[in-house]
Design a protein around this ligand. Sequence first.
Ligand code: HEM
Length: 526
Amino acid sequence: MSESVWTDWGSLAFKWLLLVTIPVLYYWIWSRSTFVQLVNAIPGPRPIPFLGNVLDLYVDRDEFLKIVHIDWIRKYGSIYRAWGGTRPVVVISSPELMEPILVSQKLITKAAEYSFLSTWLGECMFLTTGTRWKNRRRLLTPAFHFQILNSFVDVFNEKSFDCGREFERAIVQHGGKEFDVFPIITQCALDIICETSMGKQTRGEDEKALYVQNLHRIGQIVMERGIRPWLRLDWIYQFSALGRENKRCVKALHNFTNKVINDRREALQKELSSPESNNNFNNNYTDHSSNDSLTSKKRLAFLDLLIAASENGANLSDDDIREEVDTVMFAGHDTTASAMTWFLYCLAMHPHHQDLVTEELDQIFGDSDRPCTIQDVAELKYLECCIKETLRLYPSVPAVMRYITEDIHVGGYKIPAGVSVSLMIYGMHHNPLVYPDPQTFNPERFLPENVLGRHPYAFVPFSAGPRNCIGQKYGLLEIKIVLANLLRRFRFSVADPSKPMLIPSSEVVLKPKHGVPLIVSKRAAH
Ligand code: HEM
């Protein structure tokens, strides 16, 4: 063998040695850094080099939820850490430890994991931070003012009556047997957000079905990407099957919202150019940061407010508008649809509590078919307890995450800047130290006398602090009116009440993995 062959072999072996040695050396130095030592001072599952705890979490979506929200909290306590490759996440599940992070005016930056949503939602209010977030939040807050919400009550009633008619059709179609109620409720919630916040929209059934299908899939894609660290890298992700599917879903979702915006612009143009128009639209847009303007001018609903703002000099491009519309279309119906579906499921599994809700409804409405009013809503106390207990057991958003921008101390540990913190709403709501017998559906937990003494951050389905849910009041009002109208007319039950309660699938919004099959029957005299 010639000398040059040996030299080639030698240089190849040397290159391989370097290729292995450099990452190992880098990892060894990194693992001794103060950052890693501080994170590892917090208890948590044992990580393996380079992969961290990824293999522990390479499981099905419902199994994932059980591991991170139940098993590891039980094992390591209300604060634990886990490694997604070389990225740490500190996981918190007690009200005392969550409070300082939720109320902080500084810790308002979303964790890097949210960037998986950015091909779809761009730099919308939900994802962005700093001045951009503050400006957007201030611009959009008036669209959720109680005067606006009161004007939506008719739509909430009308759409819940439509939903009732869908249920009647489905009862006949399924011969009185079980059927999945989730699609019917989702349709109702989507119609409501389209008609309230987006102006009157008449979107076709196929179009809406396709939107919901793509939305559902993108929620799953984001979770799947989150538990595969190699897919965090955009240049790998975009060529992967999941990345290509992501692109297809986003295109379809944007098509839908672009049509929503264009149709509304056209409708407004027609209104403005009609002889009866008194050009209220542009006159009604004001910078709501001044209190005078709050009282002096009529308010605009969400999309009208965005369009008016862009036409009146606010710094809002067409993409900016689409991103906010995408966010509110999704956040404003997927969350309420999930909450209403889980509610019907909980009452179907617990007929005694359903009886108490219907007794309350019968006292207020009797046999009348009249719509539900804001005054009725205030009287529906037991219904509200059941809604809260549903949101405790099945919070539509199971966790919120923050990026820690400066070192903080929580629970006796120093969390260094650069870490992601996950605030486990689902985990805390199921933590036996916070709620005794947490798996049991018990709406009495939310009677005023039983709430006394409970930590104010023990129940946070809408998050809390500066980045809480902007649509909280909207969502609760919608849920109450729709559910009141449905329970006035229908009874919900399950074929086999002895089955254990369903475990949800961990997605951006908590979903029933295989739908929620219920038996729906018409109540006597309704
Ligand atoms: C059951 C109903 C709802 C639940 C449980 C819920 C829950 C939440 C939670 C937990 C957050 C904080 C997310 C985070 O920090 O990552 C949030 C934010 C948000 N929600 Fe809701 N939501 C609901 C309904 C709605 C509705 C009806 C709308 C709009 C019509 C809406 C719009 C938003 C927006 C725009 C944000 C981002 C706020 C910001 O970052 O400043 N939500 N929601």
